[in-house]
Design a protein around this ligand. Sequence first.
Ligand code: ATP
Ligand code: MG
Length: 566
Amino acid sequence: MAQVQRMSRLMIKTLRDDPADAETASHKLLVRAGYVRRTAAGIWTWLPLGKKVLENVSRVIREEMDAIGAQEVLLPALLPKEPYEATGRWEEYGDQLFRLQDRKGADYLLGPTHEEIFTLMVKDQCTSYKDLPVMLYQIQTKYRDEARPRSGVLRGREFQMKDSYSFDTTDEGLEESYRLHREAYQKIFQRLGLDYRIVSAVSGAMGGSASEEFLAPAAAGEDTFVDCPACDYAANTEAVTVKVEPSDASGVGALEELDTPDTPTIETLAEHLGVPASATLKNLLVKVDGEIVAVGVPGDREVDLGKLGEHLAPATVELVTAEDFTGRDDLVRGYVGPQGLAGKSFKYLADPRVAPGTAWITGANKDGKHARNVVAGRDFEVDQYLDVVVVEPGDPCPSCGAGLRIDRAIEIGHIFQLGRKYADAFQLDVLGQNGKPARVTMGSYGIGVSRAVAALAEQTFDESGLCWPREIAPADVHVVAAGKAKQTELALEVGDKLGAAGLRVLVDDRAGVSPGVKFTDAELLGIPKILVAGRRAAEGVVELKDRRTGEREELTVEEAVARLSA
Ligand code: ATP
Ligand code: MG
């Protein structure tokens, strides 16, 4: 017999108004429906119904992690400083890290993620290649002092994460562990009923090489990604590439200087000449490790300095200032062009759109003058092509050429091939097959468990409230007693029958609450099926309503039980 919960005994207080500070639908609805309660900024209490949803999400994750042979463990959240100092993350995490001291003045932290501690655990527990590969996971509370904890449980300062780690002796082994996780994640998100995309990502502070993110498209998302409407291409906006496609410049006339007084910006120039900004070539000067470098992009495009920095890392990239022009008579501020200077005065990097054979209007390297018919590959050479412009809607899909869309999404999972970074930091070796020590290679894999609850709410809510997929709903059926004693009696009877048939049931048996309020609450709570004992209760007839489609039909109690348990 599955659980039959009576609403009269359930600790729940639903609210008609949105909380004042709430911006996103999941935040508003999870609070209003009594699933979560704010304790402090970014710190949440899970109330009875919310806890059920959280547990359902955890159960699905557990089942799929167990299915790939991962073993569950539970590590502490309160951690000593030393391992995080050994990897540099005690410092690198900056203000995100919650640091604290014990009574003796020793430093501790509240774990934001556990690579260090898992590595040390495996170093202690596994000594031979025979002990590997091993995949370990936990569902545990994480702490990050987020700068802007908003959007409810979407971005908490304390939150639930499933984090797993794989340990292998070979690169092929790591690839296999990564593949197993990727497939398990696909099953998990599919079972949860989440719409998601897998995009390649840059691995950032974690270090390592291959890394992919699982994104749930939603208006409330803080991530943007590009999505092709014509094929299955999807990527982090940072990862979009453009092909260098040379064009034929044989018909373009000779380079010609133009008088363009007071036109130091692309806007003033385009207006003065009556040409679109896209016909001009913008040359952004930056300092790469202190050396001046020019970056050429079409005049209507913006340079993404973050992308540029990633391409050139570990070199540092800064914008030039007025002082950088002193003593540089070759560089005329506002009128720089690559012709005559590229490869001499500066290294010239360009967007692939500045392909060989394309002709441009650009600075003439003289005050108040520009030049036209400046052809790439004829009048100047590009030292290196790089994808550095900010991606815009309509840019071509690298895979099929159709116009890309830019959409918002919530990052619900992230998988990394870490390689040997952490194993090196802690000399994690096992005895190899050949009798020599073998350095272990690692992967790390996260799912935001509490965030997944909010992401699901975001993707499924409607104007009446939450609307859970069955697998993670707090109950299968919400039985409403819409009336007096007769209706309540029937509602409880049906509830018991449904429970006996193995269904999880919530019965709204509250006395003194009007049917209208009960219906509104049932919609708000979002349990997938609503069964009403109302007008025809005396005849043993109930109304079954689908929360999502709104479809309703009248059935006898027996029919309703048979239908719902089918
Ligand atoms: P974000 O970019 O959203 O801050 P992240 O890339 O820092 O996330 P990871 O370190 O990859 O996050 O953590 C693994 C997963 O944990 C994320 O994919 C996300 O689902 C979840 N997560 C991360 N930060 C939070 C948070 N503050 N609140 C809730 N879930 C989070
Ligand atoms: Mg991430």
